[in-house]
Ligand binder design. Structure first.
Ligand SMILES: CCC/C=C/C=C/C(=O)SCCNC(=O)CCNC(=O)[C@H](O)C(C)(C)COP(=O)(O)OP(=O)(O)OC[C@H]1O[C@@H](n2cnc3c(N)ncnc32)[C@H](O)[C@@H]1OP(=O)(O)O
Length: 300
């Protein structure tokens, strides 16, 4: 039987705002992080006057936020949405120049420095993908450029009827480089459609996003969208975190590998995780005709 993590006597309580504290989540400048019930966190991109355009601060905060939530035992599922009238207008266009500012003159060093900046931006969304807690994107209104990169790194995507998706990078003179070209073909299934969207920057609306599998649900409006997304997050959070997080880690591992490697990985994973106390607790609940919602699972 796994032993519960017990805080040693005299261990100071984490100050409010740190991820270990199940009270108030950390405050950010460009993001709003709120706890919704016990183990669900709602993260809003929060620059509504700029249609949640992602400035450098926002990229940095997203990275830090997901690195911290990954370690936060009181967080079991995350919903990402946009404040105001858009999910996001993509990269903050006024920050584009900053990407090449302060780089050395020599071409090799300049290129190396720029590469480092691109890798840092990639990390903001890769941190969402790597976070073992499921992340649900709730998209309303425009979701442009970097917005598509962002939602491609999420585990579940829902949208409202007014959502409009655009792989806009070619219109800015660049090849998308923070995840869309790598992740979208695995989500959508039709390479032809991905190519068309990425070569033309055509806007894709909610019904097509549903048909092609970019989103799995379309809701009539933003309010219903958030209600449903938070409801699904609560359903996830009610289940064993050992089971849910193990499922995410193994789905992600298997996505890019042959079946044989995925099976090998999960067998090794489960030689430890099958020993969890969550299994007998869940089995007993099922025998008692109770659901996972009735089982108090320890934090992970
Ligand atoms: C190495 C790089 C890796 C990353 C690459 C990423 C690339 C991309 O993301 S490409 C996509 C860039 N985004 C765009 O081209 C979208 C531009 N915005 C719009 O088309 C519209 O604003 C939008 C359809 C989203 C909303 O239209 P709406 O009429 O509702 O609002 P506006 O009046 O246009 O805008 C309101 C204020 O927001 C500012 N704003 C909007 N988008 C951006 C942006 N991407 N960057 C910076 N600022 C943006 C807009 O200027 C208005 O500001 P203000 O005039 O101060 O009120």
């Amino acid at each position: 039987m796994a032993s519960k993590a017990v805080k040693a006597p005299g261990t100071p309580r984490a100050p409010p705002g740190t991820p270990q504290d199940s009270g108030s989540p950390r405050e950010f400048e460009t993001l709003r992080l709120q706890r919704e019930g016990g183990h669900v966190l709602h993260l809003q991109l929060n620059r509504p006057q700029k249609r949640n355009a992602l400035n450098l601060q926002c990229w940095r905060e997203l990275r830090e936020c997901f690195q911290e939530l990954s370690q936060d035992p009181s967080c079991r599922a995350i919903v990402v949405s946009g404040a105001g009238s858009a999910f996001t207008a993509g990269i903050d266009l006024s920050d584009f120049a900053l990407l090449v500012a302060d780089l050395p003159e020599d071409v090799a060093r300049r290129a190396w420095g720029l590469r480092q900046k691109v890798v840092e931006l990639q990390e903001s969304f890769t941190a969402m993908e790597r976070c073992p807690k499921p992340v649900i994107a709730a998209v309303h209104g425009p979701c442009i450029g970097a917005g598509v990169d962002l939602i491609s790194a999420c585990d579940i995507r829902f949208c409202s009827q007014d959502a409009a998706f655009q792989v806009k990078e070619v219109d800015m003179g660049l090849a998308a480089d923070v995840g869309t070209l790598q992740r979208l073909p695995k989500i959508v299934g039709s390479q032809s459609l991905v190519n068309e969207l990425a070569f033309t920057a055509r806007v894709m609306r909610a019904p097509e996003a549903l048909t092609c599998g970019l989103v799995s649900r379309v809701l009539p409006d933003k309010e219903t969208l958030l209600e449903v997304a938070l409801g699904v997050a609560s359903a996830i959070a009610a289940r064993s975190p050992v089971a849910v997080q193990g499922t995410k880690v193994n789905l992600l591992y298997s996505r890019d590998r042959p079946v044989s490697e995925g099976l090998h990985h999960v067998a090794t994973w489960n030689m430890a995780m099958l020993q969890t106390e969550d299994i007998p607790k869940s089995v007993q609940a099922a025998l008692d005709k109770k659901g996972p919602e009735d089982v108090p699972f320890a934090k992970l």
